[in-house]
Ligand binder design. Structure first.
Ligand code: SF4
Ligand code: SF4
Length: 87
């Protein structure tokens, strides 16, 4: 049976898929350049104010993990390939 594209079932499924997404920042490579912060369309990334890497940078971190869609923009933008996206 045909279902509309914006059916409640599809909306629920999309939400479940979104909830499975997350990013991991490898602090060995992060230099705190903030390019990933500018790249995230949902403004979910910030530099940690509590942590400093071995090289002396405040590393990037995901501030609201529940909102990450796994779009990958941050990982593509990172010049040091420090971000891994899981979905
Ligand atoms: S773009 Fe990469 S190196 Fe720059 S702050 Fe983000 S994770 Fe760190
Ligand atoms: S995967 Fe997309 S939504 Fe998630 S933190 Fe990166 S840019 Fe933002």
């Amino acid at each position: 049976m045909f279902k509309r594209q914006n059916s409640p079932e599809l909306h629920k499924k999309r939400k479940e898929m979104t909830l499975m997404a997350k990013i991991t920042v490898d602090e060995k490579y992060c230099k705190g350049c903030e390019l990933c912060i500018a790249a995230c369309p949902k403004e979910l990334i910030a530099l940690s104010q509590e942590r400093i890497t071995e090289k002396g940078y405040h590393p990037a971190e995901l501030t609201r993990p529940e909102e990450c869609t796994g779009c990958g923009s941050c990982a593509v933008m990172c010049p040091d390939v420090a971000i891994t996206v899981e979905r």
